[in-house]
Design a protein around this ligand. Structure first.
Ligand code: B12
Length: 222
């Protein structure tokens, strides 16, 4: 597949062309690595769409369409990168925080986390503090992932962690935050354990935590 042509099709919001290219791509029996490249290419296209929105050349409706297009691409490619490994290496509770409806980045992270062998409980978008707390009590994850791209997401992330502390749940979990506005500074302000603006890096961090946690469990069993 010509990745440049694909990127241009995403930028041009040419759904028909994107679907045709994906169909052809899947027929070639692609590897997981090739599928990851296709997702990364669509992501680059999405960034350009965002830039065109900033310049006033695209409108909110175009953004919604582009968002749906990218989520569709992830759905189609999921079986290629979402290998269902029998042994789960950890559990993640994931969601886009309260007030924020953006989920493209979250969905990419989810897809990659499942492919890496994590069991992911995705709470969706605009997830309230209580929804996070209830799910964490129910499934007792090792990791909580919070996503957000709006500036206000930073406060929602902080509120969520504050509530986890009040509920006595904070010390048992690692928290990673992701999304365009997250930085080292607001990671410290929020009280998360790690931050990233790159899903692949997020997976590496979770894998390191997963290995550490499994060792801890083994030691405790002895
Ligand atoms: C697509 C989009 C939309 C779509 C969302 C569709 C969807 N299903 O998500 C729609 C049209 C619905 C939308 C709505 C709005 N949007 Co909007 N949107 C965008 C846009 C163009 C792209 C965001 C995106 O998906 N990026 C691509 C993904 C892949 O990047 P990412 O989220 O950072 O994710 C990566 C990493 O951060 C990481 N990651 C993400 N989450 C997580 C989680 C974990 C745990 C980990 C480890 C990693 C991780 O992995 C991903 C891959 O590497 C941006 C502009 C831009 N250029 O970014 C504006 C933008 C975010 N939107 C903006 C605004 C203002 C809005 C609206 C208020 C617009 C309006 N006037 O109605 C509403 C908000 C509604 C709400 N309450 O949320 C502003 C935010 C400004 C701000 N600072 O708060 C931006 C920056 C545009 C702008 N320049 O004004 N938007």
């Amino acid at each position: 597949m010509d990745l440049n042509v694909l990127k241009q099709a995403v930028v041009g919001l040419d759904e028909g062309a994107v679907i045709d290219m994906l169909r052809e791509f899947i027929n070639t029996n692609p590897s997981e690595e090739e599928a990851q490249k296709v997702i990364a290419t669509c992501q680059k296209g999405m960034e350009i769409v965002g830039g065109l929105f900033d310049k006033g050349e695209y409108f909110v409706g175009d953004l919604i369409f582009a968002g749906e297009l990218l989520n569709g691409v992830i759905d189609v490619l999921k079986p290629l990168i979402g290998s269902d490994t029998a042994e789960k290496i950890g559990t993640i509770v994931l969601g886009t925080v309260e007030g924020d409806l953006h989920d493209i980045g979250k969905n990419i992270f989810k897809c990659m986390a499942e492919a890496a062998g994590f069991e992911v409980h995705d709470l969706g978008i605009d997830v309230s503090v209580d929804e996070f707390v209830d799910k964490i009590k129910e499934v007792k994850p090792q990791i909580v992932g919070m996503s957000g791209v709006l500036t206000l997401a930073i406060d929602s992330m902080k509120n969520t962690i504050d509530e986890l502390k009040d509920a006595g749940l904070r010390d048992d979990i690692k928290v990673i935050i992701g999304g365009n506005p997250v930085t080292k500074e607001n990671c410290e302000f929020i009280g998360a354990d790690a931050f990233t603006t790159n899903a692949a890096e997020g997976i590496r961090i979770c894998q390191e935590w997963g290995i550490y946690m499994r060792k801890k469990v083994t030691v405790l069993q002895i």
